[in-house]
Design a protein around this ligand. Structure first.
Ligand SMILES: *Cc1c(COP(=O)(O)O)cnc(C)c1O
Length: 374
């Protein structure tokens, strides 16, 4: 077994994952199955470990962003339904079919390209752009959209099993945003219902992300594409979610040295911090090369023996410094530091300190940081 390098590592709490899955399932309509969004290495948590656990918890559907991720899921969950949300180069059509993967179809042009390379029918769901403005068939005008979709049903290399869309502001409590999401949903179901009238009653229809799944679950959806809440973070921090979530990832590091800074002493590149009084400064073995953002310089905090200690000076590539003066016990080389996780410093809180979202933090933990299952 590979020895764990106690430098910077994440602890992945699979019991927290199970707890979150139970809480999420309890809030979903009875007919809505959970589609676990495990793109980007399961939001940085390690997709193999996460998928294996999810499968053992009874999750049957998985969503990824690309074919490579899909094949990783296929390896650990041979029986799962795997859905590619994003772009797959058409020349990979044979692999999509070979591994029994479901592809999102965003345009007629893409469908034609895919069919040109396919040897057998490709399982797919049609993606509607109902207001996100990213990918999919425009659907403001239902009749026009239907007209655009009809050629897809004549393609013998497509096996169309679903229709879906993605919300832009389902995480927002603002009145106009709630109305916007309502309109997006209306556009989806208008198209869905009209397709059914034309004889194409598709087995699946879905639009809910994490936010919609907790704030406004809809029992017409056969699937809920749930990402961030599964990992225990909020879709729109600090807006609370109505279910109890536990962060799955905790990011830790250690102290390599503690020294006293005297008035006038500078800390780190750029001399952005100068001690005004005598301070205890701990150097921690984590930096931006580990995915700990340099923008947290002078803004973030980390826990040492339970005390939140401010970062002083700039975060370096592999190291950073904390002011540990207020820690009540002596801090020594080798002491553990909790950077964020299942504690008072959540990834959501830390993200807010420098203007980003928890999603970016957890996805950004770099490859050199081992993921340890606990
Ligand atoms: C990433 C993604 C999701 C999951 O979003 P969360 O906010 O993490 O739940 C759902 N649907 C699509 C299309 C996505 O790209």
């Amino acid at each position: 077994m590979k020895k764990i390098l106690h430098r910077a590592w994440t602890e992945i709490d699979l019991n927290a994952l199970a707890h979150n899955i139970n809480a999420i399932k309890a809030g979903l309509p009875e007919k809505t199955q959970l589609m676990a969004v495990v793109k980007a290495n399961a939001y940085g948590h390690g997709d193999e470990t996460i998928c294996r656990k999810l499968w053992s918890l009874g999750v049957k559907w998985f969503a990824v962003s690309n074919l490579e991720e899909a094949l990783t899921v296929r390896k650990v969950c041979p029986e799962a339904e795997i859905f590619i949300l994003g772009y797959t180069p058409p020349e990979c059509a044979v692999d999509i079919a070979k591994y029994n993967i479901i592809q999102g179809i965003v345009s007629l042009e893409y469908a034609e390209q895919l069919c040109r390379y396919a040897n057998v029918p490709i399982r797919c769901h049609i993606k509607l752009d109902t207001g996100m403005g990213r990918i999919g068939f425009r659907s403001k005008d239902t009749a026009k959209c239907i007209e655009e979709l009809m050629p897809l049903f004549k393609m013998d290399k497509l096996s169309i099993e679903g229709l879906y869309t993605h919300f832009a502001v389902a995480d927002s409590p603002e009145k106009e945003d709630i109305a916007y999401t309502y309109e997006q949903k209306k556009r989806l179901f208008n198209v869905y219902d009209m397709l059914a009238e034309k004889g194409h009653r598709l087995p699946h229809v879905h639009c809910m992300n994490s936010a919609a799944s907790v704030y406004d679950p809809d029992d017409r959806c056969t699937l809920a594409r749930v990402g961030i809440i599964m990992y225990g973070l909020c879709p729109n921090y600090p807006v609370p979610v109505p279910i109890d979530l536990k962060p799955v990832m905790t990011f830790k590091s250690v102290v390599s040295q503690v020294k006293t800074a005297y008035p006038g002493d500078c800390i780190s590149y750029g001399r952005t911090y100068t001690a005004e009084t005598e301070r205890k400064i701990a150097t921690v073995t984590v930096g931006y090369a580990d995915g700990y953002a340099r923008l947290l310089s002078g803004k973030g905090k980390a826990l040492v023996h339970g005390t939140a200690c401010p970062i002083v000076g700039r975060v370096c590539m592999d190291q950073m410094m904390l002011d540990v003066t207020d820690v009540t016990v002596p801090v020594v080389s080798g002491d553990e530091v909790t950077l964020f996780g299942d504690c008072e410093i959540t990834a959501d809180w830390l993200a807010a300190q420098y203007g980003t979202i928890g999603y970016e933090i957890i996805c950004g933990i770099s490859k050199r940081v081992p993921r340890i299952t606990v």
